[in-house]
Design a protein around this ligand. Sequence first.
Ligand code: FCB
Length: 466
Amino acid sequence: MAGLVRRFPDGFVWGAGTSSYQVEGAVHEDGRGASIWDTFAHTPGRVENDEHADVTADHYHRWAEDVALLGELAVDAYRFSIAWPRIQPDGRGAANPRGIAFYDRLVDALLEQGVQPCPTLYHWDLPQALEDAGGWLVRATVDGFAEYAAVCYDAFGDRVRTWFTVNEPWVASTLGYRLGIHAPGHRDLRESVVASHHLLLAHGAAVGAFRAAGKPGRIGIVLSQAPTYPATDSEADAAAAHGSDGYTNRWYLDPVLTAAYPADMLELWHRLVGPLDEIRDGDPAVIGTPSDFLGVNYYARRVIGAGRSDDGLPWRVMPADPAIPSTNTGWEITPTALFEQLVRLRADYGDLPMLITENGAVFFDQPNPDGRTHDAGRTAFIRDHLVAVHRAIETGVRVEGYFAWSLLDNFEWAEGFRSRFGLIHVDYPSGRRLVKDSGRAYAAMARANAVEEPAANGATDTGTPG
Ligand code: FCB
């Protein structure tokens, strides 16, 4: 049964992504300094089974093989991150030439392969030395980040044309500073707000440094998007959902895209954590330094009911609905929510270019003895989300590309190696790579610049709850 073939616009970018700490390993090599994730992962009890990414997918040694695999996947672009502690082992000062040399080799090999290098400057591996000096709680880290960004533009800006500043400041601040699940493992609501502000400021400062560097290309932030739905049609749930949307989405989108924090959130923070002197006059304008696109990471929606979190946030996150299909780690599969969020972003923030910078799913499938991994769930997940993206494009939303998360199975933060997101299976610790069925299917989609929507009832989404 042939379905509807949805062809993407010419020039639509097909990509795959990773991040430095999750895939590189080689944490002591070539002068790399320690990052907060080295410290955190080596603290007993922080990561499942006390796993750490000292070796992980060993991309630091296998980069050439991985570049060839990107070629096999037929992608146009690779989103990787630069490890700040490889470039500046102590977070400030002179660049480490061996750190620069690694990314030089990678960038050159990608270009030779015909794959656009698209680095993220900050994907959570803050140099430990900067953490020791206060981390994202102090403004000096923002200044340090702008200097580090300038070093990167100088080193790679002759070849890189797409830059990402900061990855998911909501996750970094919330899991790192409020919930204690990610590095540096703090649990303090006020700290999380301060960290979010400094991460946003770091983005703005890095955009400013990019303009000052005068390099060609485009730059933007990567925000996790949590399409938010009220649990019922009660007024109380609607208000709670609006608040939660302010927390996860608007607190980031508004300053980046309109140079102002949302008033309702400023009022909430004032009530819950007191005055925030860290947010100085003029900061929102810096955060709103015009950038070139918005990077959108999407995994799952959030359903919100009236209630209160332990630390006083006035809403309650509802558990996944068992009636809705889910990934192997229980995340609801709701591509329609991605469509609706993209449409909403255009309605609320205007006709901005967007890139889907992450989207993907955990399925535990392992290779058969013949080396094939039949991960049909992941293939369907990616296809259905690409259908959602295509539908958004049809309504006029400017989505210019899609990066599947992830190129490789890798170290999934607090979940360690259990959660596999890869289009390519990695055998730990041998490092052997095997392209999964989803990788082959993705390559076919990328080559065709199209996805085929299943004819009937094939989609896994049941739409948004009534
Ligand atoms: C995102 C992160 C990425 C990966 C995916 C699954 O929050 O940016 O590194 O862990 O989730």
